[in-house]
Structure formats: structure tokens, C-alpha cells
Design a protein around this ligand. Sequence first.
Ligand code: S3P
Length: 498
Amino acid sequence: MSQLSHKDPLSAPDPSRPAAAAEPGSASLPAPLALPVPTAAARLRARPGGPLRGSCTVPGDKSISHRAVMLGGIASGVSRVRGLLQGADCHATLHALAALGCAIDLRPEPAPEPGLEPELVVQIEGRGLHGLREPSAPLHCQNSGTTMRLLAGLAAGQRFASFLVGSPQLCRRPMERVVRPLRQMGAQLIGRQGGRLAPLALAGCGDRPLGGITYELPVPSAQVKSCLLLAGLYAAAPVTVVEPAPTRDHSERMLASMGAQLERSGNRITIVPQPQLQALELQVPGDASSAAFVLVAAALIAGSEITVRGVGINPTRSGLVETLREMGAAICYDNLRESAGEPVADLRLSQRPLTACDCRGPRVVTLIDEVPILAVAATQAHGRTVIADASELRVKETDRILVTATELRKLGADITPTADGLVIVGPTPLRGAAVKSHGDHRLAMALAVAGLVASEETLIDGTEVTADSFPGFAATLQRLGADLTAAGPVKSATWTDD
Ligand code: S3P
């Protein structure tokens, strides 16, 4: 068993600035929970090859992992979470909760069935709703928007002050969307540019609890909704969030499974102040957003038949599977089950020719993180695919509309960025080229999949970021038969802003 202690987060290396080489052991924390040390900038080589066959799993859902750590930290009792994503973003959340006073242990457990990987169980000793302690240093959210926006809600309800910092990449992303409603609840917080950008400083609410609020989200955002629900746990009156379109509801499901009083009526979600939350016993489902890369790779390579086991199929996240089905892919849900209020299934895909799709409206929210890989699928589909109502992509880890179009064009794709999406005409034979991730994990993986159906070879620079959400990405595809290999470290990062 190893224990997570806390180390000055400001001394943590900044993963958005790749180092020339890894510095193993530079953090005092035991692996694998040591603060993420930047690995050398990595490059993957993708080549076309035969069908993908077999079955695999994908790492735990990122959104659920963040929430399990935060809610486990304020529960009464010890939470046990299996299958927590061991990615850089979730490490930021683990370290933040450790800095807020939660003892966090890792326990290796035998594999659930022969042939499967041994499991790590994360144990979080909850401090109760009012037991967190003032952190002695700023909480470093690294590149993780979910960490910063959800922590802002949690920190706003505490009596003590907190400071939230992040990588340069995170400090460019909009924070006003959480700052404004938290201020309306009475929280005192400041950020750069009048609260538009991180770092953020929260004064804490002392003896005067936050007030209630009814807040209409200006953009459909589960991060903002979750921030306000977390703050609502500490408010003196109910907090109601009104959604313009249904966003992922993992916070609501998890809070309900912990005994919180939460009501949904149409597009309104209301939480009332809670006396306590029960500890969690949770198996984190495989991340549908990571499964998306494996599914699309198999959907594009002739003759492929694969199964991705244990994937979350929450309807607020299943937009890509539904869209691929409409495009012609044969995808079945086998072995349906439930884990802590989340639906889970094994996803079986048989390759079929794809036709173009029209993707807009509320569907887009349910596949917002999958747009880069959907664009790759569309390059091989017959017809004109239109993806609209996706302007949120402009403020993700990168401007995903711009970088997806820019990099896929290098491979010969017929793809045009629009103000709020992409237009892709297919099928286009892709040709191998040198492309780059721009420091965006989902773009890196989408480009690697595109490289599997391009002629000759594609080199993707900056692929170390795949570990943000899908550690083992290349190995998983290799085991299914893909020709995706490390092409060695690159001397300097080529994905920094230019
Ligand atoms: C997330 C919500 C989405 C998503 C992000 C994770 C979450 O962001 O893009 O990867 O865990 O709540 P928004 O809520 O900003 O749309």
C-alpha cells in the first residue's frame, strides 16, 4: 500500500512544457501517484495494416474519476474506488484532495478474472463535508479544466482560503463561467482579467455560508453544473441549475448514490444543503471517450471485429456510438450491467462501410469530446458530414475546430472549419504525413487513428499527452493488431503554440 502525501504543488513540473527527459523519482510521492513528471516529448508512428481483432478494456472514465476523488474526500467514511483513471488530469485532483487534508491510499488487488490486469483500489478517507483543511500552498490543477472548475465550487463553500493554479494551457481557458455564478452565491473570488482567467483566488466564506441560486447555464457545461452542485452542498438555500441541453450527469448520479437529496425536473437540477454524504464503493466504468478511438479505428479498418469491455454507456455520453450506428457501423451492447448508478456494457463492433452524418443540436453535447475522432471517421464516410453547434470546442485544451482541421488537412482530408463546427467530405484516401498534437490528448489519438488508414506512414509528434486520459493508448491498439509504435522521443516539442 502506498500513501499519498502532499508536496508543494508549485514545485510540480508543468506538463504543458515538455522536458528533454523524464526525471524519475523527483517527486517525494510513491509511484504511481507521484505528481506527473513530464515525460520527454514522444512521437508515434502509425502505418496501415490488417483488420483489428480481439477484445480490450480502456482506462476508467475521467469525469467519474475526478468526481469520485472529490466527493470521496468530503464523504463520511472511507471510499473505495476501483479502476480510477491513473492519468495526469486525475492525478491533479488526487493531489488537490491530499492537500486539502484527505488521506489517500493505493491498494493493489488481484485481477478480477484470470487474464485481466491486477486492479488498483484507491482508498480515500473522507473528511466529512466540513472537515477539509486549508491547503498550505496553491492547488495545482495542471492541464485539467475539470479539476479547476469543480474544485472552484468545492473551495467556494469552505471557510478557508484556496488558490487554484494551472498550466499555461489551462490558464488560457475560460473561468468566468464558474466565477460569475459563484460570485452570485456570495463567494469572493478573483482571477486574472477580472475573473475571466486562472489562477483563481477564493477567500472562503468564513462564518457566512453561500446563498442559494437559480442559474441558467449560458453554455451546456457539465463542469459548470457540477461546480454549482458542489457549492450547493454548502449553501444556506437550494441551488438550481438550468441546462440548455442535457450534459453528462455523473455528478448527479454519484451524489444520489451517496444519499444526497437531489431533484431533476425537466432541465432543472436542484440540490439542497446536505448534512453528510455516504462513502463510495465504486468500480469506475471504462471511459466512453477513450473507447471512441478504438471503436473508430475498428470501424475504419476493413474486416475488423472487436469488443471493448466494461465501457460506460450513460446516455449523456453515448452520442458517438449512436452516430457511428447511424453512419452504418454495427455496434452491439453486450453484458449490460450497472456500477454505482452508471450503466456499463461490452461494446462489440463489426466493421461496415460508413455514410456521412449530420451532427448538431443536443446530440453534440453527448459527444463533445469525440468530435476530433468523429471527424476522422467522416473522412472515410461516403458523403458530406456536417458537425455544427460545437463552438465549445474552441475553448477545450486547444481550439479543437482549428487544430483538427489543420492537422487532418495535412493528411489530405477534405475538411473545412466553420464558426461552430466542421464540414468533412468523404471518402478521401488519406496519405501519411508529419502531424502534431498541439498538446491536446484527444487530437493526438485522433491523428494516430487517422494514420492507421493513411497510405505509408504518419508520424504524430507530442503524443506524450495521450496519458492525460488514456494511458496505454498505443499498446491497446497494438494488441488488437494496429501498426502503431513509438518512434522515439523528439528533441523538442513541436506542438507548442505557433
Ligand atoms: C467534463 C465536461 C465537458 C468535457 C470535459 C469533461 C466533465 O466539459 O468536455 O472533457 O467532466 O464535467 P464542459 O463541461 O466544459 O462542456
